[in-house]
Ligand binder design. Sequence first.
Ligand SMILES: [Zn+2]
Length: 291
Amino acid sequence: MPELPDLAVVAEAFHVALVGRPVSGARAPGPLAVRGTPAELESLVGQRLLAVHHRGKFLTFELDGDRLVFNPMLTGRFQLAAPAVPFPSKTAVVLSFGPRESPPPDAAKWTRGANWLPADGDPVEVRYRDPTQMGKAYLLPAGSNRPVPGLTDEEPGPDADDPELTLEDWRSRIRRHPGELKNLLRNQSFVAGIGNAYSDEILHAARLLPFRKRSSLAPEEVDELHAATRKTIRDAIEVLRARVPPTFEQQVRDFLAVHNKGGSACPRCGTRISQVKAGGFVTSYCRGCQR
Ligand SMILES: [Zn+2]
C-alpha cells in the first residue's frame, strides 16, 4: 500500500511534471472509484493545475477552482505517461494535460533536469489504476463540502515527517495511545502516513517489538521511537527519489530492512527475521535485537 514516502515522491514528481498545464481531458474508465458526478469530472477540463501535494496517505491535485483527492488504499497506483502509451489494466481515472510554458518555480531540488520529465511542449497523462478498486478519487468542486473520509480537519494527526511534530509534541500525543506499537504507528489519528511496511521498519530501527504495548515503554524508548520514525521516513524518501521515477506505478520496497523479509538474516544482528500474518497483513520483526 502506498505510504507517506511513496506518496511524497509521487507528489513532488507530479508537481514538477504537471503544474502549469491545463487539463485537456478527464475520464473514468473505472467509475466505481470516483466519488462525484460525470459532470463534475468533465468540469475539470480547461482548469489549470496549480499544485500537487500529499497529506498522510492522500494525494491532492489542486486545480484552478476544483480539487481532486486520491486515497489509493491498498493497491491504488499512479502512472505518468505519454498519451500514446496504452493504459495499464484496471485503470480507474485518466487525467490528460496539455503543454505549458515552463516548469513551476518551486520544483523540488532533486527533480531538476531529471530525464523522466515530459517536455513542456508535449501532452502528458496521469493514470490512476487500482486492481482491487478499494481506493477512491474524490471530486471536490470549488465550494463543495463533500467529505473525504480520513481527511477532515480533525481526523489525521500530523504527517510523520512534519517538522512541527517535535519530540515534545510526540511525547504528549503518544500518551493517549496505550496499545500495541505497530497499531499505534498505523493509527492515522496519531501520526499520518505510516502503514504496514514502514511501521515494521520504524520499530526495527527503534529496536522495539511490534506487539509491545506503548504503556510498557520507558521514557527513553518513547524518544527513540520518535527519532526512528523521523529517520526511517526521511531515509526512505531519499532512496525512493532516486529509485522510483519514472515508474511510479511500481512500488519499490526491496531496500527495506525487515518488512516482508521473514526467514532472511536481520541486517543488524544476523538473527533470522520472524514473520506473522494476521488479518491479511504481514508483520516482520527481529527477536534478536528488538525488545
Ligand atoms: Zn536483529
